[in-house]
Design a protein around this ligand. Sequence first.
Ligand code: SF4
Length: 657
Amino acid sequence: MSVASVFPRLEARLPSVQKPIQYVGGELNSVVKDWDCAASSETGGPTVRWALMYPDAYEVGLPNQGVQILYEVLNERDWILAERTYSVWPDMEKVMREGDEHGPIPQFTVDSHRPVGAFDLFGLSFSTELGYTNMLNALDLAGIPLHAVDRGEDDPVVIAGGHAAFNPEPIADFIDAAVLGDGEEVVLAISDIVREWKLEDRPGGREELLRRLAVTGNIYVPRFYDVAYAADGAIEAVVPNRPGIPFRVRKHTLMDLDQWPYPANPLVPLAETVHERFSVEIFRGCTRGCRFCQAGMITRPVRERSIKTIGDMVENGIRKSGFEEVGLLSLSSADHTEIGDIAKGLADRYEGSNVSLSLPSTRVDAFNITLANEFSRNGRRSGLTFAPEGGSERMRKVINKMVSEEDLIRTVAAAYSHGWRQVKLYFMCGLPQETDEDVLAIADLAKRVIATGREVSGRNDIRCTVSIGGFVPKPHTPFQWAPQLDHEATDERLRLLREVVRADKKYARAIGFRYHDGKPGIVEGLLSRGDRRVGGVIEQVWRDGGRFDGWSEHFSYDRWMESAATALADTGVDVDWYTTRERDYDEVLPWEHLDSGLDKDWLWGDWEDALAAADGADIEIEDCRWTPCYDCGVCPEMGTEIQVGPTGQQLLPLSVV
Ligand code: SF4
């Protein structure tokens, strides 16, 4: 059996849409396999077929590391076929819905233009909750029923992954399953289960397949859990509704990253994308303990790649892709135990070539400048980014980001005196316990940065860009109980700050100011800490035309609020209840049956420490990489451990590529 490509139906219409190249496929290192690839393979048996989606436009989705890694890991198996699909722009959606004499053109993969609805599994990776409406649009275009309960035997199993899947409750009605944590091993485990079930001639149909996935304890199948609500609107309990289904679903943790050096065949985009570089993840996880940071909390513990694997991956990736820029990624790249040797080794190796290296690090210390100097040997000195996150020392204690003002000034002094002209500082607004004064302290800090830069460099063309994001409390963090600041108060604080910056003529022109209004943060907050009742809001927004909510030109706050008013009308709860309300310890949070490994009492204690810090207490949680374990719960709960160097290995400054 084969499945026809929709490309012949699409081709004639491509000139009528923007950037048609994004729908064509055939990128360097992309993979095209026979629909029945297992039949001609050594393994034999049935083929397991995945459609993988990053639910955003090609230009954002293609560089996504998670999808690229899974695409490669799956396609390495001769019995698995994995293809990619991205969100189509509204002009293409119109073309597809209009269709031709055969009917609408369905959501298709870019590799072979096969209809997504024909695959066994439809896996979506969510880095942000604002991609949920794009998922609904893709399901609808694919002809897959929106609600999991309406799907038939031939519909794909829809699986969510990525950071947002750590609370998939708002999309529980639309997905068949969710996977928490690292995907490399679990997609193979899922493929094995599907293969076995197909080999046995699909006993028990779709329901049995989902049961087999759920009983592993590692794959969450929402339909096997019932949610009961109390009279006040809070959740009373989430319990399995059939025997054998575990009460809690655990996240996956990939150990020994050296064994998984992906992507080894990086995809080279055909159309312009947001990142055009080869990225190597130098470690996974972060235990610095910043209380706002969901990524740090849910990816514990730290697991480093060795300097040798990093060197090999960089060399291989450049050779296979032709990229001239290499990014060394992680949540805090300068914290790799061998980062000094990595930086020097790679800078030596590629000196004089056209390969440039970048380290999107945000650590505030002078060592970072040494690294930045190494990395800029071959390239332009565009700018350095640091993230103090909180404007005042008090705020930085609340969020456990222990950067003193003196640290920051010392660091920027080192940067400006080494010839850097542009420093970018990243902050958040709306953090728990924040006051107007905490936000206005950002202006004082920025002025001191400029004054220091002018002093140490003796120049006047020093720039500092202050970039401010709105804080959104996230599940599985100590701030999961915190009230979110409403968007009016966020906007007012930012207005005050802008006024203060502009009023000082001595510095105003040297300080750039970037921020967004508070409204998208409220929608993100609703989706981040929402429960199954929020699913109705997402569906209503999509039905009213909501798409690409991560793009300011497509986002409509009013559409979200009007949809919420309608969809939540009979629930007794509203948007404020999900966002600006503080929770207490006893409340059952929507994600409590999903186990990130973090101990609830430890998280609560950390939340109380944050409140105490706001009142002046001096409590610092240090990084467990270099201090004793402070029992956050992850390692014993998940059976994992910290994996860090130094390995003592060296990168050889050998041949220039
Ligand atoms: S359990 Fe201990 S060592 Fe493991 S991540 Fe938590 S604090 Fe660190």
